[in-house]
Design a protein. Sequence first.
Length: 402
Amino acid sequence: MNFKAQRILVVDDSQAILLVMQAILAELGVEQVTCCESAQNALSLIEQQPNNFDAIFTDLNMPEMDGMELIRQLGKRDFKGGVVIISEMDHRIIDLASNLARQNHALLLGNIAKPIQLVEVERLLKKLCTLSCPHTEEGQPISEAELLHALSNSEITPFYQPKVNRATQQIESIEVLARIVSEQHGFTILPARFIDLAEDLELINLVTFQLFEKATAEYEALKDELPHPCKLAFNLSPVQLEDINCPDKLAMLLQLNHLTPSDIILEITEQKPLSSANQLETLNRLRMRGFDISLDDFGTGFTNLNQLKSLPFTEIKIDRSIITHIDTDYFSQVITKSLVDLAIKQGFKVVAEGIERIEELQYLERYKHDLLMQGFLISRPKAKNELIRWIHSWLRMTNFNS
Ligand code: C2E
Ligand code: CA
Ligand code: CA
């Protein structure tokens, strides 16, 4: 990963720390580093040029204005970059800082302890990259004509990725992910290239309905392979909640396939805030109709723990940016533990998304009774027939182990 273009501001009242950070960032190839000895100076720099920094590394203990106050002020000034705290932090402070950041719409990436290690800085820069440019490898958006062609030729196709319960080994639900599959041309297009476009052109309902129709029709075949109940999970864009008739439309499509809302989980991303009265009304109505509702990508948006208590979610999915390297990232460990503790009290499920490494899975084993697991390590998203083959081998493996 190349950090050359990242613009970093370091705030610490210790000259020695500023020098160490400069040396480490230079070693990692970061070319634009600015140092400040006080939070006030940092804030006035940001006021002058609000979009000039991709991330701020700040000390927590500084005379006059401390790191917590700086986070609050950054939120007020609508700072869009990431924030890293340079400090050894105990559990309570991390909880407090992350909640404060969420309330103030600041993107807290984590903490690094002193003495500062290069690998730790590198890890946080990587995290910044994944959060700020998540779609770079996936290519350019397709054109409006290509999207319309895909819709009218019924090329929107469900791929499936399981969420498994490590304790029982059961596949509790299967997430449906949209792809455009052209049989004729033999290519598959990922959602990063067409979901935003479909939202902008107000075609997103058509995408969802096509996917819903196909996946609910294939669901029977999937259920036949499984010895236990399993739900289907769909992704909804927050804009789709603006339509207060959305619950009725989805329920009607289900009826056609003899399914009920209790078979379905609807995943709604937290990247865009749910704020309008219509969205909240639709969310409540979906829940009242019996759909399960999941808050997707937790950790990338600004839902704080108090809101989690009042919104009708039945599941929270911890974003990949928190799960990646959770085995060594103390900050992510604390966030995950707080969420699992709250989930046990409030009775919602928690899913760890994007598990890629065995070390992450091993770390998460401590929560296996309270956490569902999803990620490439368990299964990549697959088309129906391939998923059925995966289910067979998963069942063979888990029966063998039990
Ligand atoms: P998402 O809902 O957060 O889905 C998870 C994404 O992460 C999927 O990408 C999945 O393939 C990928 N993923 C799963 N496990 C791993 C892992 O271990 N490592 C890595 N690196 N990636 C993993 P995909 O299928 O490209 O979907 C991207 C996003 O597009 C989804 O993120 C979702 O927000 C959106 N999307 C997909 N289908 C739909 C849809 O039908 N409607 C709407 N509105 N959005 C959709
Ligand atoms: Ca999802
Ligand atoms: Ca997600």
